[in-house]
Design a protein around this ligand. Structure first.
Ligand code: ADP
Length: 253
């Protein structure tokens, strides 16, 4: 049986100047197509808001504006994935979920049947938060929490987070130029997560704290999380395809 990975990509990686970044989406889709030969791959993709910004002129200055931008942008985001994955002969499918879907056994069983069915057919499931009824990830998290829920619910062996940062540092690298990357993290205390600070970039909303929360959820279930750069995919490629760690942070027990 193939190993299963959930890959979560942050909005900062997928977008640039209020639109989708074609070059980085090309690179990501190329890697996913390659990975699909070896792994069952489930993608959790942000960036519906940026995709929406390229379609309508609306500021992302309130929750409802973000919902509108995401609602307009989501089909554009999916159309972009569909087009880019078709180059590799791969089909895509959309799942809009929210935290409540994972809390309910009944609902998660339906979602599981769907995802497992898609994987069997070699179709790439692409998950995003359903922002119409749940805005938790829009406000806080940028799909970090959702991707951890998905990794656990869909029995993934590992969650791979592709971020604007290339790993977890011993202090905030945007404030401390001597910060050093931590290649391996075995445990995360609540105090460490709490001290990790607030939102990171302008487009991402979670910062490192929500990534550590996701890692902690996976560690508690004996699973792994790999955090690496989504701008330069060489670390994630060598980790997943060659079994070599040339960058990034692996969270494992
Ligand atoms: P994404 O948009 O990729 O989901 P975010 O921008 O939300 O990611 O979060 C990553 C950001 O968190 C980094 O760019 C960095 O500025 C910030 N950060 C704060 N502390 C740390 C740390 N200890 N290690 C790594 N990044 C950190």
């Amino acid at each position: 049986m193939k190993k299963r990975v959930v890959i979560k990509v942050g909005s900062h990686v997928l977008s640039e100047h209020g639109a989708l970044c074609d070059e980085r989406m090309d690179a990501l889709c190329g890697l996913i197509a390659e990975l699909m030969g070896v792994y069952d791959v489930i993608l959790v993709s942000s960036a519906a808001i940026s995709a929406g910004q390229s379609k309508i002129d609306l500021k992302r200055d309130s929750v409802v504006h973000k919902q509108i931008l995401a609602a307009v942008g989501q089909p554009h985001l999916m159309a972009t994935y569909e087009k880019k994955m078709s180059v590799y002969g791969k089909k895509t499918a959309q799942l809009l979920l929210n935290a409540a879907d994972f809390d309910s056994k009944h609902r998660s069983t339906h979602a599981k049947n769907l995802v497992f069915g898609l994987l069997e057919l070699g179709i790439l499931p692409i998950i995003n938060e359903n922002d119409a009824t749940a805005t938790a990830e829009i406000v806080y998290g940028d799909n970090d929490r959702l991707s951890a829920d998905a990794a656990l619910c869909f029995d993934a062996d590992m969650l791979v987070m592709l971020s604007d940062i290339d790993g977890y540092y011993d202090s905030n690298p945007s404030e401390n130029k001597n910060a050093k990357i931590r290649p391996v993290v075995n445990t995360l205390s609540e105090a460490e997560i709490a001290s990790a600070g607030g939102a990171g970039s302008e487009h991402g909303t979670g910062g490192i704290a929500t990534k550590l929360m996701a890692a902690s959820m996976l560690l508690a279930e004996g699973k792994k999380m790999f955090l690496a750069s989504g701008f330069d995919l060489s670390a994630v490629r060598s980790f997943l395809l060659d079994g070599k760690q040339n960058g990034g942070t692996i969270f494992e027990n």
